[in-house]
Write a protein that binds this ligand. Structure first.
Ligand code: TMP
Length: 398
């Protein structure tokens, strides 16, 4: 495989086998048309970058049927309020123009709405972009790229803040993305983004972070090295609890801001934990294999006792767990989810029916697989009444 940034040859260190589109929930009539790709991961030693090899074309994933709405989680709504407060406290100096890349339904940008500020969301999935527009968030329905940046005349060299959350790791051509950012940012402008963190994935063996949309798993080391190649500094970082462990990165033009101590300290910690080296990947691979064996044994022993299992939340992450571990509709009767677009469909490749939450509460299984383990607090609170009436399981510690 070829590193998506340095273009040097690298060897995949792990394969997850044949995978469908992680968010490709589908109707029975479409079972025969499913798309598959071989999911392998590799590591570029030069820039410490953990990345997918082959992946589906972005248009296959982010289109008019994209089933993820940021506002489906109260926790995420609150998180985006806090994220915007943090930006306002730390990096808000006479701001006039703000852009969000991958702005989804506008949940984040709405926190910046003011008469004095021009806000612009750039969102490739039509259905979520339409909701943002309905909510009066200025949004264009496009993929972000240098070409898109060139069309935004009002924002060229004048954007004070470009932000993103769980979007940058979805963009395969990072070089083009950075050129687009370079085009738009003012001299003192900053680019802030947060993404699932490689260090958290290693710590929890949460390999379900790896799926088609997550082309990169970033770390402080990789982000610093990537942006240095294009004359940018990584000036600040902040660990986040979201998505089972994320990291917020703040990028500025070289020499424009002082680099915070936390950046240097995080780099030291990553070195100690081998997050900047291939050794970290190889240790992770061993842990994944052990985790897979443990989960399969657990599921098979439950089924041997003729007990029922259902899933809670048809997450994109669950596609990796189910397919990597060979668990399907023979083991799991149904998965419940709050997303209207998913209910009535089936999970990709494993074809487990998706039902609404009411159905789950009325037909409680003996065991409930918590696929949205990263939303545990919110879900346990919501399911207080039935919490003790089923046994909760997951592939990570919950
Ligand atoms: P994701 O991990 O791919 O972002 O998907 C999260 C899914 O979890 C989404 O389909 C909505 C679902 N969900 C519930 O069904 N109930 C909940 O309480 C929460 C927080 C999420």
């Amino acid at each position: 495989m070829i590193c998506k940034i340095t273009k040097k040859k690298i060897r995949p260190f792990m394969s997850f086998g044949k995978m469908p589109i992680a968010n490709g929930f589908l109707h029975k009539k479409d079972f025969k048309k499913e798309f598959f790709f071989k999911m392998e991961v590799g590591f570029s030693k030069d820039i410490s970058l953990f990345q997918l090899n082959d992946h589906p074309k972005p248009k296959l994933m982010f289109n008019k049927n994209y089933p993820f709405f940021t506002s489906s989680s109260n926790y995420m709504i609150k998180h985006f309020e806090d994220y915007s407060k943090w930006i306002k406290e730390k990096y808000f100096n006479n701001v006039k123009n703000i852009i969000e890349i991958g702005s989804n339904d506008g949940t984040f940008l709405k926190n910046f709405k003011s008469k004095r500020i021009n806000i612009l969301g750039i969102e490739p999935s039509k259905n979520v972009a339409t909701i943002a527009k309905k909510n009066k968030i200025n949004t264009i329905n496009k993929f972000f790229s240098l070409k898109t940046a060139n069309t935004l005349k009002k924002f060229i060299n004048k954007t004070d803040i470009i932000c993103a959350a769980n979007a940058i790791c979805h963009i395969p051509d990072l070089t083009d993305l950075i050129k687009g950012i370079d085009k738009l940012l003012s001299k003192k402008g900053i680019f802030i983004f947060e993404e699932p963190y490689l260090g958290s994935m290693y710590k929890k063996t949460s390999y379900d972070q790896i799926y088609d949309e997550h082309i990169f798993m970033f770390s402080v080391s990789s982000v610093k090295k990537i942006f240095e190649l294009y004359n940018f500094d990584l000036i600040d970082v902040k660990a986040q609890k979201t998505h089972g462990g994320s990291m917020r990165y703040v990028i500025a033009r070289k020499g424009e801001y002082k680099i915070k101590n936390i950046v240097t300290n995080s780099l030291k910690n990553e070195k100690k934990a081998n997050i900047d080296k291939l050794k970290g990947c190889l240790d992770f691979k061993k842990k994944c294999e052990i985790s897979k064996k443990k989960l399969r044994n657990k599921i098979f022993s439950i089924k041997k006792k003729n007990k029922t299992i259902a899933g809670y939340a048809a997450t994109s992450k669950s596609t990796t767990i189910l397919n990597y571990c060979g668990i399907d509709n023979r083991h799991i009767d149904f998965i419940c989810d709050t997303t209207k677009d998913k209910v009535g469909k089936f999970t990709p490749k494993t074809h487990i029916p998706i039902v609404n939450i009411k159905y789950f509460r009325k037909n409680l299984p003996d065991y409930t697989f918590l696929f949205a383990w990263n939303h545990k607090e919110e879900i346990y609170k919501k399911e207080k009444k039935i919490l003790k009436k089923t046994n909760w399981i997951a592939h990570v510690e919950i």
